[in-house]
Design a protein around this ligand. Sequence first.
Ligand code: LIP
Length: 266
Amino acid sequence: MNAVDLGLLAADIAREAGELAARRRSEGVALAATKSTLADIVTEADREVEQLIRERLRAERPDDGFLGEETGAEQGSSGLTWVVDPIDGTVNYAYGLGAYAVSIAVVGGEPVPERWDDVAAAVCVPAAGELFTAVRGDGARLDGIRLRVSDETPAGALLATGFGYDPATHDGDLATVRRVMSMARDLRRMGAAAIDLSYVAAGRLDGYFERGLNPWDLAAGALLVREAGGVASRLDPDAARPMLIAGAPAVHDRLRALITGTGTPR
Ligand code: LIP
């Protein structure tokens, strides 16, 4: 299978998984457990959707590896790994907010964000009926239409961020927000990194930054941004909470400079 075919497979499975997530949502959400902190939850649907994705991939691509938010890692022998967040934005999902997504990426090499090679990705946002897709070297698309990142306007950049589930990290994250507001026209906090990144790719947001994302939160979205002409990079990759920064090249560079303290506020 070439990258385009892998992208089609990712898209098909993301669409089917999105339908299952939406169906379960309409039936009511059952909390399954809490994870790293009380605010970090997993629902029965997260597990069921990941199971469906895993089964579909096992049937189609038995030699590939798998790295999923809920069921963990399984090494493959093909050199490819599927990096999956069955429901990104679980808290939104549990509260009945529509900003949740199924995020599926396939990467080559070691399944670590700095070292993997992007191959293909799909992000399905069931509540909006939208499917974002990207294939390395072949662009990013929303329901088949080519995407392009947006440049900052004279009014400043429309930025988004997120905060982790650990209350101990909130002060630091708010200090970062304070630093970047000098370039912002406004700030959004959607609650699902895969959607934030898809929106950067689509030019619905000019830039996005967040500390502490997991590989499955960013794998598909980062490829979407890159294939839409943007940059997605990680600061402090070896720290406990690396910072992801994404946007059109100029927006990305300005964000990075303000976050690292090397940029001058406007
Ligand atoms: C969530 C992210 C969200 C972020 C949370 C968490 P989950 O993923 O997408 O934007 O702020 O820390 O990582 O847990 O809903 O899949």
